[in-house]
Design a protein around this ligand. Structure first.
Ligand SMILES: [Zn+2]
Length: 98
């Protein structure tokens, strides 16, 4: 699972990556190339920052969802699979994952 997000530096346009979990309002870090400090805020005027924030939010949601799946599996209860052959005639159980 990819948990990092591409960020394009406002000044030098260098592209680097940082963890999605860090990229939240108030976070700041230096560009590894030109060492300008970038401030991350969802209301930033910088479209590069805004896009990185949006991407980070989506990645965090996906990570949380996948962790939830793992937790449910770890908890056992494979009962979904019990009566599958009879009730699965339509075969579209997977169709609703957006
Ligand atoms: Zn830079």
């Amino acid at each position: 699972m990819e948990d990092s997000v591409q960020i394009r530096c406002t000044r030098c346009k260098n592209v680097f990556r940082d963890r999605a979990k860090r990229l939240q309002n108030g976070y700041s870090r230096q560009c590894p190339s030109c060492e300008i400090v970038l401030f991350f805020d969802e209301d930033s005027h910088d479209s590069n920052i805004k896009r990185a924030m949006r991407t980070a939010r989506r990645v965090r949601n996906e990570l949380r969802d996948s962790e939830g799946v793992i937790t449910r599996r770890a908890a056992g209860a494979p009962r979904q699979y019990g009566g599958r052959s009879a009730s699965n005639a339509r075969g579209n159980e997977e169709a609703d994952d957006d």
